[in-house]
Design a protein. Structure first.
Ligand code: NAD
Ligand code: MG
Length: 390
């Protein structure tokens, strides 16, 4: 049976891995929409090869270029935020949400409102608006499938289980680029150094977020929102080999672990074929050759982002939206070399502290308008904190 699929963030790391799987089974899928940002050549080439209905660039000013690149192909060209929503509303059986950052939320919500199955790589949507996303999916009978490797691992370990029997969820972290650096050197780490990952090949932003552990901080919140467990039930475990992605501990003491090579096609493929399993061309682990797996507790001094995530989960409400927005601004400033590596967590901490006097932070209704307002406010506060820091 042919399935209609759309890929949001098709030109990115997750998007390209998704396309790799679809390319291997051209008769299995009919591509509805592909979306991207500034990489028009990639977007147009994929849309032509996969014979998509529509290709959308997020940048309105790049529309003429996209039109030219698609001329004669029969693929429609569109641009801007409205076009992204329109593309998300087109009938599809499965949509990959792999835009990076808070920008992934509106198209994801639009897809859920049409009852579409949403493969969610865009963890920021759960962090900024988890209850809204889950509520929308329930209301419209839509399914959300986690694509983050840890959450896909937990999801798989929970097949046939009752969430009430879960005692704890452990998500693993490689520790990123600076896992073994002396602490006093961290302040001098450059964006180039932070953008190299020991095990995973990913987009620049998430790779730097792995070095600060802001990625794991987002994933703690993502776990709470998606699986509806208490913050105290979720642990982070540093596991330098990145072969165990997550573990679920049950009331009888059993621990179910999800293992696989660090290749996102595993989690993407699971979501693509769910509820069945399909062939996925990832390396098969040779555990006898690997011989040993190691673990250590996460250091608070090295990764203050983890403490911040715990505070955000405690506050609830719109704190996740504020946290993510402040993090995105701080990350921009670090990439632009305006602030130091260690200043990212300081800035997010400052923003959360300053916003904590706003009663709306914990108690406001979580709807798209409030999430957007808090996102904007946190970006303004982060810009102030960045100016004070430079
Ligand atoms: P990436 O930077 O490689 O790609 C991002 C995609 O989003 C690109 O197609 C880009 O054009 C598009 N985009 C960027 N800004 C946009 C905007 N404002 N509006 C519309 N489109 C925009 O990122 P990635 O590494 O593929 O990550 C995508 C998402 O998946 C992120 O939420 C990330 O946290 C999550 N994720 C990624 C990995 C990984 O291995 N790369 C693993 C787990 C989760
Ligand atoms: Mg992950």
């Amino acid at each position: 049976m042919t399935r209609r699929v759309s890929i949001f963030g098709a030109t990115g790391s997750i998007g390209q891995n998704t396309i790799d799987l679809i390319d291997r089974d051209p008769d299995g899928f009919e591509v509805v929409a592909l979306t991207g940002g500034g990489n028009i050549a990639q977007l147009a080439a994929d849309a032509r090869r996969l014979n998509a209905q529509v290709a959308v660039t997020a940048h309105e000013d790049r529309l003429p270029e996209l039109r030219d690149a698609l001329a004669g192909s029969g693929v429609e060209a569109a641009a801007g935020e409205g076009a992204l929503i329109e593309a998300a509303e087109r009938p599809a059986d499965w949509i990959m949400s792999a835009i990076v950052g808070a920008a992934g939320l509106p198209p994801g919500l639009a897809a859920l409102k049409h009852g579409t199955t949403l493969a969610l790589a865009n963890k920021e949507s759960l962090v900024t608006a988890g209850p809204l996303l889950m509520r929308t999916a329930a209301k419209h009978g839509a399914t959300i499938l986690p694509v983050d490797s840890e959450h896909s691992g937990v999801f798989q370990a929970l097949v046939g289980e009752n969430i009430a029997d879960v005692e704890r969820i452990l998500i693993t972290a490689s520790g990123g680029a600076f896992r073994d650096w002396p602490l006093d050197k961290l302040a001098d780490a450059t964006p180039e150094q932070a953008a190299t990952h020991p095990n995973w090949v990913m987009g620049q932003r998430i790779t730097i977020d792995s070095a600060t552990m802001f990625n794991k901080a987002l994933e703690l919140i993502e776990t709470k929102e998606f699986f509806d467990v208490l913050p105290s039930q979720i642990e982070v475990l540093v596991h330098p080999e990145s072969l165990i992605h997550a573990l679920v501990g049950f009331r009888d003491g059993a621990l179910m672990a999800h293992l696989g090579p660090p290749d996102m096609r595993h989690a993407i493929g699971y979501a693509l074929h769910w509820p069945a399993r399909g062939d996925v061309p990832v390396e098969r682990l040779d555990l006898a050759r690997i011989a040993q797996l190691t673990f250590r507790p996460p250091s608070e001094a090295r990764w203050p982002a983890l403490r911040l995530a715990r505070e955000v989960m405690e506050t609830g409400g719109l704190a996740g939206a504020a946290f993510n927005a402040a993090k995105e601004k701080a990350l921009d400033a670090f990439i632009e070399k305006r602030i130091r590596f260690t200043a990212m967590a300081e800035i997010v901490d400052t923003v959360l502290t300053r916003l904590s006097s706003d009663p709306g932070l914990s108690s406001a209704q979580i709807d798209l308008d409030n999430v957007r307002q808090m996102d904007q406010l946190a970006r303004v506060r982060a810009a102030e904190a960045i100016r004070e820091n430079t």
